[in-house]
Design a protein around this ligand. Structure first.
Ligand code: NAI
Length: 662
């Protein structure tokens, strides 16, 4: 079947595009549309309807063309061609109209959207802006506030909202009929094309500065939303053609820039992760148990509750169970405030606490989140196996223990798996999914499906100390401590990482999380006979400095205040460990630490602990606040190249990383 077919109904031409699966506007489809409209121009029907076959209207550009040289006709040329026709064209939108697809619809003279359709400009999430007239036409169609919202956030709106702001003319239950009806009406009274219209509303002079502050805050370092805002401002001030050229130039500059390259990398890595997640035999989890209601158990229970699961949480005593309930109640309350759920009571009605494992007799899955202690965890699973159904998935949230040793106590390990959530579990998106050798494909697929349902990103991790994320974290901290030993000030290192784009530097982060966790883990390893040298943070813990909770860690804190102040006591405690007075610029500090992370990440891939570099990058993005627009440590190292990585490390990178660099 050809990409675009044309039929006629009582003087109305109906063009149907058919480019499965999502009618992406790749070059062949753009060419076919241009050709079909050119042929139609010669026929001059009364009016035309543009629609798509399959599950959606044009869902946007073709991702396979990302990063390729553009081939004409561009989407903006097709949109202009439609606009210039002597008869009206109505876009009939079902499924979704996104990015270039929506821009094409804005070239049309009218738009009808099926109830349930979604519309949006996701460009900024890929580091670009709409470059086919989407910004400039929005300025002539929408009130300024709505245009800013739509274009700078990348959000999707539904058909009703689209009608409310004026993006579509009608919401429809019988799409083709309604589109034909509108086409007929417009033929009688041909509307002025959007590009030739006046602005529906001209913003006041203080409008733009106020918007900029908001947009900057939400952009989290991504340049595109601010560029979109700038072009939008110009679109309200300048003539259409001048603003359109500015839009195109800005689009091309962003498209060819580093941020867009990084965000495309993340886009493809996430697609890859979603593919990995699809497996045979996945079951839907409706009822979940959680054992342990501390920081993690309460967070995991909340994450389940917020997505509609029934949850039972077991603790060691009635008192501990009540404390856990309060933690969950508080977290659910916070979720209500953020608008994630409406009614805390409705959510809490699905939650119960217990001290007896009998309560798990009919749960689909139980996650263990008790103390990080092998014996305690093994006891929990031994008891669980007798309390649950034979098909209940049993998961451990261990951070550092070997899941094989935990699962060892089970008779049936095919249903056992590691599900490593990150703190706070109701917020952080990452879950490392750690199968043991005996884990069945169905159990694994079920775990991925559950994580997806939670709105989180599941990344397969192999078994090693710290799995993917905490193993890199350990390396990162050690590298940061090494810089301190060389004489780089703690505050300078944290500032360097913030400048790089992280919300926090490594030392601030440790003060927040507590220095004692890693310390206790090292102590346990020492007790088990391993030779673990003291880190600088161990020196601080031994002096009672465990972080914010003790009033001081790497920094001093004043009562009731989280502002870090450089600490004289720390300087004194560490004086004998500092060997030099290194003078490094902040960018080199950050690049050194990121290169060390990348080196560990590359080794993790080489060992098969992670599937590929993109998956490692996703772990850093979703679990550790690595800036999305940097793409992740491995992507970043690749872009820096071998020579630069060698320069910042002060040595040749290890073979696994060297192999990824050019
Ligand atoms: P926590 O100390 O806050 O909570 C542990 C809870 O388990 C306590 O409330 C305790 O009463 C309960 N508990 C102990 N034995 C139990 C038993 N036999 N039955 C029922 N409940 C029992 O510890 P946290 O931080 O929540 O850690 C739990 C697990 O999650 C550990 O394996 C830890 O390594 C892991 N984890 C921790 C992260 C963190 O950032 N804190 C992040 C990811 C994983």
């Amino acid at each position: 079947m050809s990409l675009v077919t044309t039929e006629h109904r009582d003087g109305i031409a109906i063009l149907t595009a058919n480019n499965p699966p999502v009618n992406a506007l790749g070059h062949p489809l753009r060419a076919a549309l241009a050709e079909a409209f050119a042929a139609l121009a010669a026929e001059t029907p009364r009016a035309a309807v543009l629609r798509c076959a399959g599950r959606t209207f044009f869902a946007g550009a073709d991702v396979r063309e990302f990063g390729q040289p553009p081939q004409p006709p561009a989407i903006y040329e097709v949109a202009a061609q439609i606009e210039d026709l002597p008869f009206p064209v109505v876009a009939a939108i079902h499924g979704g109209a996104f990015g270039g697809g929506l821009e094409l619809a804005l070239g049309c003279h009218g738009r009808v959207a099926e109830a349930g359709a979604k519309l949006g400009f996701p460009e900024v999430t890929l580091g670009i802006i709409p470059g086919a007239g989407g910004v400039v036409r929005s300025a002539r169609l929408l009130p300024p506030r709505d245009a800013v919202d739509l274009i700078t956030t990348g959000k999707r709106i539904d058909a009703g909202e689209a009608q409310r702001i004026g993006l579509v003319d009608r919401v429809s239950e019988g799409l083709l009929e309604d589109a034909i009806t509108l086409a007929r009406q417009l033929a009688d009274d041909m509307p002025v094309p959007i590009s030739k219209r006046d602005h529906p509303e001209v913003p006041s002079t203080d409008f733009w500065p106020a918007q900029e502050a908001d947009v900057r805050r939400n952009a989290k370092g991504v340049e595109a939303p601010l560029v979109a805002l700038d072009i939008l401002q110009r679109a309200y001030a300048e003539d259409f053609e001048t603003a359109r050229r500015a839009e195109r130039a800005a689009f091309e500059r962003l498209r060819d820039g580093e941020q867009a390259a990084a965000l495309r990398h993340v886009f493809f890595a996430e697609r890859q992760a979603a593919k990995t997640a699809k497996g045979e035999g996945a079951k839907t989890i409706e009822t979940a148990g959680v054992v342990g209601g501390g920081t993690m158990g309460a967070g995991i229970a909340t994450a389940f509750l917020l997505r509609g699961l029934m949850v039972t949480l077991a603790e060691t005593s009635g008192e501990a169970a009540n404390a856990a309930r309060e933690r969950v109640q508080k977290a659910v309350g916070a979720a209500v405030k953020r608008g994630l759920v409406q009614d805390a009571d409705v959510v809490m009605a699905r939650f119960s606490v217990t001290t007896e494992y009998d309560a798990f007799s009919d749960t689909d899955l139980v996650v263990e989140a008790v103390f990080e202690d092998l014996d305690v965890k093994r006891q929990v699973f031994a008891r669980l196996e007798d309390a649950v159904r034979s098909d209940t998935i049993l998961a451990t949230n261990t951070s550092y223990l070997d899941p094989r040793e935990i699962g060892d106590v089970l008779r049936d390990r095919s249903r056992f798996i590691g599900l490593h959530f990150f703190s706070p579990a109701q917020i952080m998106k990452l879950v490392e999914i750690v199968p043991v050798p005996e884990t069945s494909d169905a159990s694994r697929a079920t775990a991925f499906k559950l994580v997806e349902r939670l709105g989180k990103v599941g990344i397969r991790a192999g078994i090693c100390e710290g799995f993917i994320g905490n193993r890199i974290l350990k390396r990162y901290r050690a590298a940061a401590e090494e810089l301190v030993r060389q004489g780089v000030p703690v505050a300078e290192i944290d500032a360097a990482m913030r400048d790089f784009g992280l919300a926090m530097g490594p030392f601030q982060m440790q003060d927040l999380a507590g220095l004692d966790i890693a310390f206790l883990q090292r102590e346990a390893a020492r007790k088990a006979g391993q030779d673990v040298p003291d880190g600088l943070s161990d020196v601080l813990v031994r002096a009672g400095r465990k972080g914010q909770k003790t009033g001081g860690g790497w920094y001093d804190y004043r009562e009731g205040d989280r502002t870090p102040h450089p600490s004289e006591e720390v300087a004194r405690l560490l004086a004998s460990h500092v060997r030099g007075s290194a003078d490094m610029v902040r960018s080199d500090i950050a690049e050194r630490l990121v290169a060390e992370m990348a080196e560990e990440g590359a080794q993790i891939v080489a060992e098969g602990i992670a599937d590929d570099a993109g998956q490692v990058d996703l772990v850093e993005l979703h679990g550790y606040g690595f800036p999305r627009w940097r793409g992740g440590p491995l992507f970043h190292a690749e872009r820096q190249g071998a020579a630069e990585v060698e320069r910042v490390l002060g040595r040749a990178p290890a073979p696994a990383l060297a192999g990824l660099l050019t």
